[in-house]
Design a protein. Structure first.
Lengths: 181, 781
């Protein structure tokens, strides 16, 4: 709880923080660094990061499918590490940097994993795809030369009912090769 | 079809490409385009074109229904029954109505009303509220007081069959027939909780069994499987004085529009249904549903848009499921393998509804003159079943394909050789040949002879599925003055990439690069599209696209003909140009020709014509083609006889879908079908607590699903099977790709350990029990 409290104070605008020994249950202002931009939003403290992204921040690319950390559809990066956005409160984020699927491409230039997903048809209905892409892209950030087993490990916990796993693996391996080339 | 002025004779490619193509003559309507040559000589059709909406999906830009937020939108939630069988005596919503965030309350159950006051499963909808936030709606639900009178209940199908079991319905209240999913005939008798039998007899089964040299008989069980679409069921309803607009995650925009018009007494032209991204359906999003009706009613009452998104628990308990079944199957055969009789008795449960039939695999897969089936629905106090990927035939094949495997062993005939003897389909014959080669069938050993604790085995099974077509299905193709093209239809992309396939067809006809084609679908403002179920979407819409594109091209060619001083019939569209067929130096670009249009755009609408050789069966808006769809799948498994864990190492899936339109997208769908079948075989099961009627695993972690670690290597081979039946000759693949997987795995497990497992799912505990290593805890052997 102490960590959470300090995270709130770290995130809330300074002038609010002075008087905000208790936050909520009503709307409270917090600032979030999302996709490189600091955004001030009014949220209820009970709101999860996934809800905050999809609601007040308007970033609906992050999906909620199980809302309890079982399917990884809501995967985003927190300082580069993958997390389930449905499993943490927005006020817990603090000063850490959030990257969502909307922030993965550089301008119009897609991340190599995104390109490979299209070429290899590593998506069908596309609902699990943003989370899947975030985990595969994170893998390449940490391991430039992954094996198929590494990819399977990275997407374990992701659930895809359409059954895209084989193409997700081939796409991610191809993206790794493309990056090195 | 008689030869007259409305038809003409054409020769179509015919047969299986890998066997050798011939020709077939057809009388086709004069307005239909000329025969489409085989894929080998086409430019865009039949090529692995990446899906057009891929970029939107990998960037998070796709708008799914759950992503739609309209100004002033309210959030709807549904209060659900906590008891499996009860009478709703009173509902007190006064406290909820006083909640400052609540804008509308709609009762679903009405005390005293025999039609709605009895709840028959946990999760049945009782009352709905719309509020300014999800949290407020949730709080309001807690403020609603419902007084229930508990009634006796039963959630186990075997217990429900007993005469002393609590009755889910009486004869007055029981469902009379079935509209969604596999048909269950009206007018069948109800005895306790058992409805039926629906019977089917051919030839003389008694005589057939008397003539048999060998008879195999087995009891088979399949579990209840839930759809687990990643996008929950969702709707945004916007009721306004000038009409109703509904955004819905649906498999059938046109069907939902009709349901809305009928339910709310609106003319069709006041109802619009829209779906952009559609996060999976698998049969469970085929109709409007209670939540859909409720959202519209809430919007009407609140004078504001209302969004309802089911949560995962609601999804698992009240968004449909694949019925569980019990079957006793007997097959008699002569020494040479010829089948003499098939007899089938089945009991299945779709919870509180009907439709647990097990399809037509036993009836139609193999040649057998004598057949009898007797099928029953059993009511239990559980959420309603509905169609799920290859309904009926999936549990049906589970039994038939294992029984055939057993029969082959009894007759000392190779399972493939036996099928060559009794399966008349030339398509599956070729599929068996290709698959056997790929999997290395020659290396298959005798059952249970692999030494060591980890035993490997190979198995095979086949699928059968009707080639469905939606006749009420149309498409518009527009050429704009700058040479860009739009293709429009109400058809929705459930995840198959149908829009991309439609773009391929238009590009092929118009001689354009696919990027020149913009496809707009998923909106009832466009010509009515087919549903995305029954593996009928491609078969239905692609001929309409080709016909519409061919017609609109004629308009363009008339303009070009004037400029090129040629007859329109002498012109061809190719590589972005309009050329004079016999003098290719005379040409103009497609865009130049379009620039000569008298108006900003020219357009043609076409609908799906009948299959050229007619249909096997014609229903109101739909039909079943003369040929079947199917496939043959081979599984290689490793069974750890110490832990009971089955690893599916490889599946070879050889499938057919008429003309394959896009091998990349087809491969994805077949992999998905195999994976769903693998998951069905080994992991998935809705578990109900017998003492409370509650689903104990209404989530995505205790409801076990195959993940990346459990995914086998999947080889996909797709035949090109030309039948000369439509402007594209394309049919579907999604469902046939899922039917054969579970029995192929079961047959492979038998080959590995020499013990047959007839109940789904084949858990490690079931394997160990079958091997006699642990006591059998339940009926699952």
């Amino acid at each position: 709880m102490i960590e959470t409290a300090s995270a709130i104070i770290g995130a809330v605008e300074a002038k609010e923080a002075d008087s905000a020994s208790v936050v909520g249950p009503d709307l409270a202002p917090i600032s979030l660094r999302v996709n490189g931009v600091v955004r001030l939003v009014q949220i209820e403290p009970r709101m999860t990061l996934a809800e905050a992204l999809r609601g007040p921040l308007g970033l609906t690319g992050t999906k909620i499918a199980c809302n309890r950390g079982a399917c990884s559809a809501c995967t985003v990066w927190l300082d580069g590490a993958t997390v389930c956005a449905c499993m943490m409160l927005a006020i817990e984020v603090g000063t850490r940097s959030v990257t969502t699927i909307e922030g993965l491409a550089t301008g119009d230039k897609l991340h190599p994993v995104q390109t490979a997903f299209i070429v290899h048809d590593a998506l069908q209905c596309g609902f699990c795809t943003p989370g899947m892409v975030m985990s595969c892209a994170a893998l390449l950030e940490h391991k430039s030369d992954p094996t198929a087993d590494d990819v399977n490990a990275a997407i374990s916990g992701h659930f895809c009912r359409c059954g895209t796993y084989p193409h997700v693996v081939s796409a991610t391996l191809a993206a790794a090769s493309a990056r090195k080339a | 079809m008689a030869i007259d002025a409305t038809t003409r004779t054409e020769k179509f490619p015919y047969g299986i490409a890998s066997v050798g193509l011939g020709e077939v003559e057809r009388q086709i309507p004069v307005e239909e385009p000329s025969p489409l040559p085989p894929n080998a000589v086409l430019t865009v059709i039949g090529k692995p074109v990446p899906r057009q909406n891929g970029r939107a999906k990998v960037t998070g830009a796709t708008r799914f229904t759950v992503d739609i937020a309209l100004p002033g939108m309210l959030h709807g939630r549904i209060l659900r029954a906590p008891l499996p069988h009860a009478e709703v005596r009173t509902i007190d919503s006064t406290a909820a109505a006083r909640h400052p965030g609540v804008r509308a309350i709609i009762p679903i159950a009405t005390p005293g009303d025999p039609a709605t006051a009895i709840v028959r499963y946990i999760g049945a909808p009782i009352v709905a509220v719309a509020a300014v936030s999800m949290a407020a709606a949730e709080e309001a639900l807690h403020d609603i007081r419902v007084d229930y009178k508990p009634l006796p209940f039963v959630v186990d199908m075997d217990k429900a069959r007993e005469p002393t079991s609590p009755a889910v319905y009486d004869s007055a209240s029981a469902p009379k027939g079935h509209v969604s999913g596999f048909p269950a005939a009206a007018g069948l008798p109800l005895n306790g909780n058992v409805r039926g039998p629906a019977t089917d007899v051919r030839g003389d089964p008694v005589q057939g069994f008397a003539q048999a040299d060998a008879v195999v008989e087995g009891e088979f069980r399949t579990q209840v499987q839930t759809h687990c679409c990643l996008e929950p069921h969702a709707i945004v309803a916007d009721w306004r004085a000038d009409g109703l607009t509904v955004y819905m995650s649906t498999q059938f925009t046109a069907g939902v529009r009709h349901e809305l018009a009928e339910t709310f007494g609106l003319p069709l032209n006041s109802v619009r249904v829209i779906v952009d991204g559609m996060g999976g359906g698998f049969g469970s999003k085929s109709s409007l549903g209670t939540y859909g009706r409720v959202a519209v009613a809430l919007s009407r009452q609140a004078h504001a848009p209302v969004r309802i998104i089911l949560d995962r628990k609601e999804e698992q308990m009240d968004a449909g499921n694949r019925p569980g079944t019990w079957q006793r199957l007997r097959i008699g055969a002569k020494r040479d393998g010829a089948l003499t009789a098939i007899s089938l008795v089945s009991y299945g449960t779709a919870g509180v509804t009907v439709g647990a039939g097990i399809g037509n695999v036993a009836q139609a897969m193999y040649a057998c003159a004598n057949f009898q089936a007797s099928q029953h629905d059993v009511f239990i106090n559980a959420g309603p079943g509905c169609a799920m990927r290859a309904p009926g035939n999936t549990p049906g094949a589970w039994a038939v394909e294992q029984a055939i495997d057993e029969l082959a062993e009894r007759l000392s005939i190779d399972p493939l050789a036996l099928r060559d003897r009794i399966d008349l389909s030339p398509v599956r014959r070729e599929e068996r040949r290709i698959g056997a080669e790929r999997i290395g069938w020659q290396q298959r050993h005798a059952p249970g002879t692999d030494p060591g604790p980890i035993k490997r085995g190979l198995g095979v099974a086949q699928s059968l599925w009707g080639a469905h077509v939606q006749i009420n299905c149309a498409c518009e193709v527009r050429i704009m003055r700058d040479g860009s093209v739009e293709v429009l239809s109400g058809v929705q992309d459930i995840g198959t990439g149908i829009g991309t396939v439609m773009a391929q067809v238009a590009a092929e006809v118009l001689g354009l690069h696919i990027e020149k084609i913009t496809v707009r679908i998923g909106d009832t403002e466009f010509p009515g599209g087919p549903p995305s179920y029954g593996s009928r979407t491609t078969a239905s819409i692609t001929p309409a696209v080709r016909t519409a594109a061919s017609r609109v091209l004629q308009s363009l060619l008339r303009e070009a003909a004037l400029a090129l001083n040629a007859a329109p019939d002498d012109l061809v569209a190719r590589d972005g140009r309009i050329l004079v067929r016999h003098d290719l130096s005379r040409s103009m670009s497609f865009a130049e020709a379009a620039g000569r249009l008298r108006t900003d755009r020219t357009s043609a609408v076409a609908s799906r014509s009948d299959d050229y050789a007619g249909f096997r069966q014609r229903m109101e808006d739909a039909a079943i083609a003369r040929q079947d769809l199917g496939g043959v799948q081979f599984a290689a498994v490793a069974v750890d006889t110490e832990t009971g864990i089955i690893r599916v190492e490889r599946v070879v899936a050889v499938q057919d879908c008429g003309r394959p339109m896009n091998p990349l997208l087809i491969e994805s769908q077949v992999q998905g079908g195999v994976l769903m079948g693998t998951s069905y075989a080994l992991f998935e099961e809705r578990i109900l607590d017998q003492h409370t009627g509650r689903m104990v695993n209404p989530n995505l972690e205790q409801y076990k699903l195959a993940g990346p670690r459990e995914t086998p290597a999947i080889d996909v081979v797709v035949l090109e099977n030309y039948q000369g039946q439509s402007a594209t000759d394309a049919y579907g693949i999604a469902e046939p790709a899922s039917i054969a997987t579970a029995p192929a795995i079961a047959n492979a497990v038998y080959n590995a350990i020499g013990v047959r497992l007839r109940s789904l799912p084949i858990t490690p505990a079931a394997v160990l029990a079958a091997l006699g290593k642990v006591p059998s805890g339940n009926s699952r052997t």
